[in-house]
Design a protein around this ligand. Structure first.
Ligand code: WQD
Length: 343
């Protein structure tokens, strides 16, 4: 892409979005953020400005479904490409609020496509998810493995991929890269940027571990000890959020390789059980972490691990940060930000 490239980042104040903004700014891109702060806080962007070589060019607090407001953003900035993170992303919540999930995730994506087409913007990196593979028994998973979403969140991501593939078939010049990430965890090494769940009791295991280590929660409930895995606990492919951010920058730089829709897994290829993750976090924080093995969590699958070979072959790139680095960075962020970002 040309030197002064302007990238519109939807959901740029979120966990992965904010880390990707730092990556883009540090590599000379101009960044325009759109976020409605429904699952993020402006404080994250203040930290982005503090860490990155330069602050984002502009931040617009709008809902993607507000088409006039979104169109005005494209009128105001010469957008060269878009990275679309903005979405609802809690599996359990999606079962309770299916309409909201399809409205935000699918409706938000088509509203964005409207604005992109009307402003001649044809390059998009889309935030997809390994959750579309559903209850996959195969380990590891390639992009050719079937999508079998088992909840409205995963189904909304799969639907978006199908919409984007069809748009590419019918609208000349569109180039879309969909990244199916596995389990993004960790934090920026500065300790200034990290994962700040809105709920006092996080859904995801890594922020939960951090709060147990900090003494803010009594113990970790290990959801299930009878899975068909080495130690009976769930296995996931944890990937450092800075590797995820780097993957998005590389996707941006490969959008012009060809027109049309391409899909890539974003994972390390290494599976880690809950008990292995807990042991790694204990090494990072230097203290024992109380836990108890409880019943399985409804909707969980035994194992989800990526085959990262497609990205390695296409971009000559693979993840660089291992589990100990993920835990070390997550713990540093927890220690420096016990209450998250200042409101
Ligand atoms: C990981 C493991 C749990 C909490 C996430 C996102 C989803 C998608 C994929 C982006 C599982 C176990 C958890 C706890 C536990 N990301 N666990 N105790 O479910 O893999 O999904 O990554 O699209 O949106 O939610 O992540 O961190 O909730 O669970 O034992 O208190 O940890 O059973 O094996 P999950 P998670």
């Amino acid at each position: 892409m040309p030197a002064r490239t302007t990238v519109l980042v939807t959901g740029g104040a979120g966990f992965i979005g904010s880390h990707t903004c730092v990556e883009l700014l540090d590599h000379g891109y101009d960044v325009v953020v759109v976020d409605d702060y429904s699952n993020s806080v402006p404080g994250a962007l203040e930290r982005v400005a503090k860490i990155a070589a330069r602050p984002p060019v502009a931040v617009h607090e709008i809902d993607l479904l507000d088409r006039r407001a979104l169109s005005r953003v494209f009128d105001e900035h010469r957008v060269d490409a878009v990275i679309h993170f903005a979405a609802r992303k809690a599996v359990g919540e999606s079962v309770e609020l299916p309409v909201e999930y399809y409205d935000t995730n699918v409706g938000g994506t088509t509203a964005l496509l409207h604005a992109m087409r009307d402003h001649g913007v044809h390059r998009l990196v889309f935030s997809s998810s390994c959750s579309i593979y559903g209850d996959a028994t195969k380990v590891p998973l390639t992009e050719a493995d079937p999508a079998r979403p088992t909840n409205p969140y995963a189904a909304s991501k799969w639907l978006c991929e199908q919409v984007l593939a069809d748009i590419c078939r019918h609208l000349a010049g569109f180039s879309v890269l969909a990244l199916r990430y596995f389990n993004p965890v960790g934090a920026h090494p500065s300790g200034l940027l990290g994962e700040v769940p809105r709920k006092a009791v996080p859904n995801n295991v890594m922020p939960y571990l951090a709060r147990v280590a900090a003494g803010r929660l009594p113990r970790l409930s290990v959801f299930g000890g009878d899975y068909p895995t080495a130690d009976g606990t769930g296995v996931r492919d944890y990937i450092h959020v800075m590797d995820v951010a780097e993957g998005h920058r590389l996707a941006l730089e490969h959008l012009d390789d060809e027109v049309g829709m391409r899909v890539f897994n974003l994972g390390t290829g290494r599976g880690t059980s809950v008990l292995e993750l807990l042991a790694a976090f204990q090494r990072a924080c230097g203290r024992p972490i109380p836990y108890e093995v409880t019943d399985r969590r409804p909707g969980d699958v035994p194992a989800l691990v990526a085959d990262p070979g497609a990205v390695a072959r296409a971009w000559n790139w693979s993840t660089a940060r291992d589990l100990d680095v993920m835990c070390r960075d997550a713990w540093r962020f927890q220690e420096l930000n016990p209450s998250g970002y200042p409101n």
